[in-house]
Ligand binder design. Structure first.
Ligand SMILES: Nc1ncnc2c1ncn2[C@@H]1O[C@H](COP(=O)(O)OP(=O)(O)OP(=O)(O)O)[C@@H](O)[C@H]1O
Ligand SMILES: [Mg+2]
Length: 340
């Protein structure tokens, strides 16, 4: 699609400037190679200016981790609130730079009950790799930083207009909503006993959560692990338990696979929830759940647990989605009958 292509062009330029995994020389080389074929829409300085929209770099803090020149402003601005609110005292290392966000290992304030925290810093919205987020947004409201749904708020006219007109402010609201879905989902799931990192705090560009892994190495994803024969069945069951628990609360992960399940000391942890989908309000919910279950079954099949995803999907859908719809329909007809 032309529109997406256009966004990806912007993103590529940004990648070259920002990607912490590339060094400066590589960056310059690859930008040179592209010269002639493609004129960047924005100059380097314009992009850099946009990387520090939250009040400049003043008031930055010293970190053990040395960010690259292009990463620094965005990183420190995004994490400054957590530092000021004394959730973190230091940024220790980059865990991974992904398409959508970079995750950093941070030192937690003593007394918080955990030593290490993971800060997921979202890429600037204009460079975020959009995974067709419109599809996931159907049936969801717009969440503000306090976790409230804008549609439920009385004084939302100005914000709704900004979103409709796609002003910078409106886009920032949508960006924050996207990550607030990740944060509020973690809160709900953590409280109901799902295997997810403990949510700690959220800011307009970042979330802070429990860190999975050791002091020098973060937990690998299942996709990078060969499981022992005697643990596969239990881990498969645990994954299904989490999918089912979510569904019981009207949620579908939406991007579940062995890449978004971490493995550490015999336990799994599900991560990466911004695209969480409503099982009741989204017309694609069935397909999205099917894809999650199939990907999970694919991975466990590669580890020796062969299970047909179709009956698992059928049972869960029937039990937790159709039944719920029937309950709502029954409630409605009862209420109508009572009113007559
Ligand atoms: N709580 C955590 N503890 C330890 N490592 C984490 C944690 N959360 C995320 N990570 C690491 O950071 C990576 C990226 O996180 P996540 O999947 O949430 O972001 P993403 O934008 O989807 O990135 P990608 O495009 O790479 O999937 C994960 O694959 C994992 O390696
Ligand atoms: Mg991921």
């Amino acid at each position: 699609m032309t529109h997406n292509r256009h966004l990806m062009d912007d993103y590529d330029d940004y990648e070259n400037l920002y990607d912490p995994l590339k060094n400066d020389r590589q960056t310059r080389r690859s930008r040179k190679a592209k010269a002639g074929k493609h004129t960047p829409k924005k100059s380097e300085s314009a992009i850099r200016a946009e990387l520090a929209p939250i009040g400049g770099t003043e008031g930055g803090f010293e970190t053990t981790y040395r960010p690259s020149r292009y990463e620094e402003g965005w990183l420190l601005n995004s994490l400054r609130d957590f530092y000021r609110q004394e959730y973190i005292t230091d940024v220790l290392a980059l865990v991974r730079g992904g398409k959508e966000a970079s995750v950093y290992r941070c030192a937690a304030r003593p007394g918080l009950g955990i030593d290490l925290l993971a800060a997921k810093v979202y890429r600037p919205r204009q460079f975020r790799h959009l995974r067709n987020d419109k599809m996931y947004r159907e049936g969801r409201g717009i969440l503000t930083l306090d976790g409230q749904d804008l549609n439920q708020s009385l004084h939302n006219d100005r914000v709704m207009r900004a979103i409709g007109k796609k002003t910078d402010y409106g886009k920032q609201v949508m960006h924050t909503s996207w990550l607030m879905y990740e944060f509020t989902t973690l809160q709900t799931l953590y409280n109901i006993g799902a295997s997810v990192p403990r949510p700690v705090a959220a800011s307009p560009n970042a979330i802070l959560m429990g860190y999975i892994g050791g002091p020098t190495h973060a937990a690998p994803a299942l996709s990078d692990v060969e499981l022992d024969k005697d643990e596969t069945q239990a881990l498969f069951d645990e994954t299904l338990r989490n999918i089912e628990l979510m569904l019981m609360h009207g949620m579908i992960h939406g991007d579940l696979s062995a890449y978004n399940i971490l493995y550490w000391e015999g336990q799994i942890t599900l991560i990466d929830f911004p695209q969480v989908t409503s099982s009741q309000g989204n017309s694609q919910a069935h397909m999205i759940l099917q894809r999650d279950i199939e990907r999970v079954c694919d991975y466990f099949a590669s580890q020796g647990v062969e299970r047909d995803p179709a009956p698992i999907l059928r049972r869960m859908w029937k039990q937790h989605v159709e039944r719920r719809e029937q309950d709502v329909a029954a409630d409605l007809s009862r209420l109508t009958a009572e009113a007559e």
